[in-house]
Ligand binder design. Structure first.
Ligand SMILES: C[S@@+](CC[C@H](N)C(=O)[O-])C[C@H]1O[C@@H](n2cnc3c(N)ncnc32)[C@H](O)[C@@H]1O
Length: 200
């Protein structure tokens, strides 16, 4: 698989807008999800670990899953994550890892996965009964967030009601949304939702 984030990985953490966005999403997860020190968490599309780093101190373990070796290499170079974070460079939507987690979180990765149904099915497969989801991504937008268009972006955000329907179809309950952050760009404002749900 081509590493579409090879170039971006080099300066990912240096981008001020990205840092603010990650702080906003991480803050919303910390505020809305009851984290505890026995939890095994998956960060789906963890990238360089900007969200992982905010959650790892509060839980037992985070497994950072991503398909980009370059992004995960940056994550692994962070001293503060050593011992608390495992990495897995694998597309778990097509190749499951066979481990169930207490929580799957994700930030800005789902719009990179073409088949949303298969992805959500995979989330269900990788959660214990009663396990939780905390998924952040763009609300449906006009395509202007990725301007110029980037390879590997399959969805211009998600309609909350349609996304909730998919979660329900794959056995999730207690589905609710908050607005985690609004990215303010030159060409408009882009709200980002945090979808939370529980596996039946
Ligand atoms: C926009 S970045 C977000 C990274 C990180 N979550 C953050 O907030 O900084 C999207 C990430 O999703 C990853 N990704 C794309 N498709 C994926 C898949 N099928 N499974 C896991 N990760 C994927 C990309 O490699 C990239 O690291």
């Amino acid at each position: 698989m081509t590493d579409l984030f090879k170039e971006k990985a080099k300066n990912w953490d240096a981008n001020e807008r990205r840092k603010q966005l990650s702080q906003g999403i991480g803050g919303a997860i910390l505020k809305n999800v009851a984290l505890h020190d026995q939890m095994h968490v998956m960060d789906f599309g963890a990238g360089t670990g900007l969200i992982t780093a905010q959650v790892a101190p509060l839980v037992k373990k985070v497994t950072a899953v991503d398909v980009s070796e370059s992004m995960l290499a940056k994550l692994m170079s962070k001293e503060e994550l050593k011992g608390k974070v495992d990495i897995l460079c694998q597309d778990i939507t097509t190749e499951p890892m066979g481990v169930e987690h207490d929580l799957i979180m994700s930030a800005m990765a789902m719009h990179h996965v073409e088949d949303t149904h298969r992805m959500v099915q995979s989330f269900a497969q990788h959660l214990k009964p009663g396990g939780q989801l905390a998924l952040a991504d763009l609300d449906a937008e006009d395509g202007g967030f990725h301007n110029p268009p980037s390879e590997g972006v399959f969805h211009p955000g998600f309609e909350r009601a349609a996304f909730a329907e998919i979660l329900q179809q794959h056995g999730f309950k207690d589905i609710h949304f908050v607005t985690a952050y609004t990215a303010v760009r030159e060409n408009g404002d882009y709200p980002i939702f945090l979808a939370m749900a529980t596996k039946n």
